[in-house]
Structure formats: structure tokens, C-alpha cells
Design a protein. Sequence first.
Length: 255
Amino acid sequence: MKFFLGHLFFLVLIIFGNEFFHYDLWLQKFFLINGVWTIDKEYMPLKIFFYIGIKWAIILAGVATLVLFFLSFKNPKLKPYKKDFLLLVLAMSIIPSFISFLKLHTHMHCPYEINLFGGPYPYLSLFEATPIGIPWGRCFPAGHASGGFALLALYFTKLVSKKNALLIGLGLGWTMGVYQMLKGDHFLSHSLVTQEISFLLSFIFYKILQPIKTDLSWNNRLITKIILSGTAIKIMGFSELLHHKTSERRFFFDL
């Protein structure tokens, strides 16, 4: 419980710290030099590696984990890791979907959209009302980085050591998050919030799965309900994204 409360406290600290001290604005100005962002978002070599490539690599890893989960019902060598695979599948599907849901229901704009950085809209903090005539932003929390941070669920598995789990989850999450910051698509707090939400949800999934015995059969209703619930949440989040038209279509953990 200390783990959960500690990360919940840090999440609150991140949000209210930015409300009072606006550290996002202070840091982001270093990435805009003479009106040009540090990284050009259309520079294809970096876009292919840090955006398209890393995103699809994580998606394929999620599919592979789902296959391993199914195989664990038949393969005795994989059986001890059945809950670990299930935890990872839930994290990699639900966490990005939940972040996408939050992005649709918060009003914060991306740095490049804000007039302080050459955009057309005023900077609004999380708890400020959106003025009439200003469209809602769809930028908070960080969606692209959620794919990497979802792998923090490895921390609660036997698949890797806790140290390696943090290296993988934080390494991928911040690689994706910093790339977005350097091209003006996200503030620091956007990625920090996604990181902490990923820790909290992974902990919740772990606690839900902890009482389940590893020798449960596929016919077990609880297993079926968990898989169906995770799939339903993913579909609901994806469907809602399709119904919100923005400047471009956004899928999975885009932006």
C-alpha cells in the first residue's frame, strides 16, 4: 500500500506543483530556439525511429505477450508465468486506452499550439476554464509515451528483475516522452502524469490478479471476465477516439 500511496502523492505533487510554479513553461522554452523546435517533427529518420518504429515495436510486443499468455495454458514451461503475461497484457492495453480517454476529457493544448511558443491559443493550466471561442486541447496526459510506461507493469512480474523492469519501462517511456517534448508536442508534466498513472494502474492490476492461482484453467470464469473486460476497455477507448475529429486521426498511443 505504501507503493500506491507514494506514487499517488507524487502524482498530486506533479499536478499542483505545475499549477503553482508553472515549471512546464520554464523548461519548454529551452526547446524552442529562434522560433524553431529542437527537433523537426517531420524529420523522417527520427520520426521513423522514435515515433513510428518504437510504437509498432511495443504493439508487436503486446501481441507476442498475448500469444504467450494463451500458450501458457498448454506449455508447462510457460505456466508459472501465466499471471505475469496476463498482467502485462492488461497493462499494455488498458493503460494507453485510459490515457487516451483522459486526453479527450482534458482541455490542455500542446506547446506548439500555445501563443507563448508561436501557437494561436493561450496557455491554460489543468484547472482553468477554457474561454469561449477557444477549442479544447487534446494533449494531456502524454499518449505516445504511455506505450513505454505501460511496460512498468514488468515491475510486478517474475519475467525480469525489478531493476530491469524500471530500466525498460522508464527508459522507453522517457525516450518517447522526451522526443515529444523536443518537437513541441508535450510538456514535462504530461509525461510525468502518464508515468505515475502507469505505476498506479499496474499496481492495481497486480493486486487484482494476486489472489488468482496459477493453475487455473482457461474455462475459469474469472480469467475470461478479465480478458473480456480489458478488451472492452480497449475497444471503448478506441471507439471514442474515432468519434472525436481533430486535426489528425490518433490511434493507440499517438501524441
